[in-house]
Write a protein that binds this ligand. Structure first.
Ligand SMILES: NC(=O)c1ccc[n+]([C@@H]2O[C@H](COP(=O)([O-])OP(=O)(O)OC[C@H]3O[C@@H](n4cnc5c(N)ncnc54)[C@H](O)[C@@H]3O)[C@@H](O)[C@H]2O)c1
Ligand SMILES: O=C(O)C(=O)C[C@@H](O)[C@H](O)[C@H](O)COP(=O)(O)O
Ligand SMILES: [Zn+2]
Length: 371
């Protein structure tokens, strides 16, 4: 499959998402229009660096690069990780017209993008997403930020990259657990707005996960195209962009409850959150009663977590989870808002979810952990 480009037309913040194999060997060609001098500061983490930093730096040819290797994992996406990144960029004397490269999964993309956003009040950055999740979702759309003790992504900025290079070959080294977590966000696109894509995933998901490059590229391209279309309509989430948050009110509360740890990866929380959002939709009589089972069946067929019962260790009770949801950025006038669905591919924003139905969905899901 040849190289594909999704253009994100955001006026003076427009950029291309380039998707394909072997892209990093060609990096100077893609970077050239964005360079004022032949220099790039790379923010990455040690796991990705051990596998790919050498090849990335070699591929840069005459472009001089230096790199900061942060600790891998969600635990780095916080104030300390931000301070470390920004101080290093200042040590490196990165100037306003220079380019920062975020080389890694969603953690590095979100953190590196935010560091670039606040450095000297805004330096341009390029996303080089190395995980499936980052290629289909986090590298596109300009949401950058960090977690705080109050919750997920609560401090951040909209800061669009100037370029995204999604090299499909990088996914070959991704551990299966991380690949499937990223697949949670891929399924989300089908569920929120494209029933035909969900059907395609039901048919092709297993081969895609097994390593088929053409199928992977199709899924990345379709996801990025869907995300770009939504972001262009509503860059700063005043309305429609919230659809991309399907499953996330549940997910973010669960990530907070599990301490942003290996117990629950973001994409795993998204898959469980999507299943719960469809359950809630069915209980409110908004979508057919059999739809939540179909959603779960596909996730199960892929070997993914679908229920609270799949999360190891203790979880807080329903009331405590609902309290955690109170910090969600979609909250308006103190009311929770959820992304619910009338069917697969037909999501919408709902601000009148009855508290007792929400509590019942969570109580039942928590009770199933004890069975
Ligand atoms: N900004 C957005 O729009 C957006 C969208 C979705 C998710 N996110 C954020 O993204 C983060 C999750 O991203 P993630 O799942 O990529 O997590 P991650 O960055 O922690 O990467 C997942 C794991 O895969 C490893 N890894 C990454 N690329 C690899 C490769 N090519 N080969 C081998 N190992 C590799 C990492 O070391 C890590 O252990 C969360 O913080 C989430 O909130 C942001
Ligand atoms: O890009 C968006 O908009 C999304 O909601 C994509 C989500 O997958 C992503 O996890 C995002 O970071 C969540 O946004 P938040 O505003 O709820 O923190
Ligand atoms: Zn997400």
């Amino acid at each position: 499959m040849s190289i594909q480009t999704v253009h994100v037309p955001l006026g003076d913040r427009a950029y291309d998402v380039v998707i394909g194999r072997g892209l990093l060997a060609e990096a100077p060609r893609y970077l050239a229009p964005h360079l004022h001098r032949d220099r790039v500061a790379i923010l990455t983490e040690s796991r990705v660096a051990a596998l790919h930093l050498g090849a990335v730096q070699a591929g840069l040819g005459d472009i001089v690069s230096s790199a900061l290797q942060l600790a891998p994992g969600e635990g780095t996406k916080n104030w300390a990780g931000l301070a470390q990144s920004v101080e290093w960029l200042l040590d490196e004397k990165v100037e306003r017209r220079d380019l920062v490269m975020a080389l890694g999964g969603g953690v590095i993309g979100d953190l590196g993008g935010f560091a670039a956003a606040v450095l000297r009040r805004g330096v341009r950055f390029v996303q080089v997403p190395t995980s499936l999740l980052a290629q289909v979702d986090s590298s596109v759309g300009g949401k950058t930020g960090i977690n705080t003790r109050h919750g997920k992504n609560l401090v951040g900025a909209f800061h669009q990259p100037v370029l995204v290079l999604a090299d499909i070959d990088l996914l070959d080294t991704l551990p299966r657990r991380d690949f499937l977590a990223g697949y949670g966000e891929v399924v989300k696109y089908g569920l929120l707005g494209d029933a035909a894509f969900f059907e395609w995933l039901e048919a092709n998901g297993p081969a895609l996960a097994a390593g088929d490059h053409a199928l992977r590229q199709y899924a990345v391209h379709r996801s990025v195209q869907m995300k770009a279309d939504i972001v262009v309509r509503d860059e700063t989430e005043q309305g429609d962009r919230a659809l991309l948050n399907l499953g996330h009110t549940f997910c973010h509360a669960l990530e907070a409850a599990t301490g942003y740890s290996n117990r629950l990866l973001h994409g795993e929380g998204v898959a469980i959150g999507c299943a719960l959002a469809f359950e809630l939709s069915a209980r409110m009589g908004l979508c057919p009663q059999e739809t939540p089972s179909r959603v779960r069946a596909h996730l199960r067929a892929m070997g993914m977590a679908t229920d609270l019962a799949d999360i190891g260790g203790d979880l807080p009770d329903a009331d405590a989870l609902i309290t955690l949801m109170g910090q969600d950025k979609k909250v308006q006038d103190g009311r929770l808002r959820f992304i619910l669905a009338r069917d697969i591919g037909a999501a919408f924003v709902c601000d009148d979810v009855p508290g007792d139905v929400l509590r019942a969905v969570l109580d039942d899901a928590l009770a199933a952990r004890r069975d």
